[in-house]
Design a protein around this ligand. Structure first.
Ligand code: FAD
Length: 125
């Protein structure tokens, strides 16, 4: 199957780009566990350096906000109050589920060009 776009990595930028691309009608696939860097590789007990308003993922409607997500999930995100890493780490699925179709949690282990300039990938799940 040919796609307009492959997004490798479902971090804040990958998910945001994918949400905008899906909204624009592009056919695409997203690979990677949503927010894996944040969920799996940040030190436990860490606080974000960034303020809530500077930690938002970007959705096409421009409405998704970390402080709203936190409020809906019993977490606190206020200006000048350090935000626990878990507050951002957990938002990936909640952001992706309604906005980014078909997230494949596998890891891309190989990319190669194929006929017509398309790209073929190997996925390690
Ligand atoms: C200790 C630390 C603290 C930080 N604190 C802050 C902060 O407070 N505020 C802030 O704004 N930023 C902070 N950052 C920076 C933060 O990492 C970036 O802002 C943000 O995560 C970048 O998003 P990204 O989507 O580009 O990358 P990432 O979040 O790294 O996402 C990339 C994703 O791609 C996936 N991936 C990579 N290769 C593949 C593959 N082959 N196949 C499938 N998936 C793949 C990875 O698993 C990962 O999930 C911090 C970084 C570190 C290391």
């Amino acid at each position: 199957m040919m796609y307009d776009l492959l997004v490798v990595g479902a971090g804040p930028y990958g998910l945001s780009i994918a949400a905008h691309a899906a909204s624009a009608g592009l056919s695409m696939r997203v690979f990677g566990r949503p927010m894996a860097s944040w969920r799996d590789h940040m030190p436990a007990g860490m606080f974000l350096k960034s303020e809530p308003w500077a930690s938002n993922l970007s959705d096409p409607a421009g409405r998704w906000r970390l402080d709203v997500y936190c409020a809906e999930n019993g977490l606190t995100a206020r200006h000048a109050h350090p935000i626990p890493v878990e507050s951002l780490a957990g938002c990936g699925p909640a952001f992706a589920e309604p906005r980014v179709p078909d997230v494949d949690e596998g890891t891309i282990v190989r990319l190669a060009t194929a006929t017509g300039g398309s790209v073929a990938g190997n996925v390690d799940c």
